[in-house]
Ligand binder design. Sequence first.
Ligand SMILES: C[S@@+](CC[C@H](N)C(=O)[O-])C[C@H]1O[C@@H](n2cnc3c(N)ncnc32)[C@H](O)[C@@H]1O
Length: 206
Amino acid sequence: MHDDGYFDERVAARYDESGELSDAGAVEPVIDFLADLCGSGRALELGIGTGRIALPLAQRGVPVHGIDLSKAMVARLRAKPGGDAIGVTIGDFATTTVDGRFSVAYVVFNTIMNLATQDAQVACFCNVAAHLEPGGCFVVEVLVPELRRLPPGEMIRAFHVSETRWGFDEYDVAIQGLTSHHFEIVDERVQPSRFLAGMRGPRSST
Ligand SMILES: C[S@@+](CC[C@H](N)C(=O)[O-])C[C@H]1O[C@@H](n2cnc3c(N)ncnc32)[C@H](O)[C@@H]1O
């Protein structure tokens, strides 16, 4: 049976509700940058999700293809105007191949961290390299883990605190990973969720 991973139906149903992510102020600089880099070429988005970036990029005239594990997320993309025109391959972006070559491949919003092992991240870079035209670019948007700001002995840091939503990152330095804990009040009940993420880059040593 197909597994949507962390971005299952429950997460997908609420993904586009966090308005700040889709604000023009957050999206437009990304689109400007990617469209400029693509020129007249094609773009490949790893973890295309609900099309927050792919749709406006396609509207700028850049042909975009996406890879994503989650059928639930991609169903949201499909339901949006223009969503049907974007090709999507369901699969793991570390290993899934698609037809053709691209001038730009990109993975945004910390999605590279969803590959929680060094091996998976290395496989992803190799996979992207095999899809790029000569001179093509791989764009990775990812946070810098705040390990050096943690007080000694503390491995947990809050990244979001509001009246209805709380988020805490729990670092594990030994495995260079972190677990993101999310708690949200939905229909007067607290809904918890957890994401395991990898902090190591493909060149870091184990
Ligand atoms: C945080 S969302 C980002 C979606 C979109 N790129 C955006 O910026 O709004 C991460 C997306 O990557 C997908 N994803 C995570 N790990 C993946 C993997 N190994 N292979 C394919 N898709 C993956 C998830 O299903 C989800 O749709």
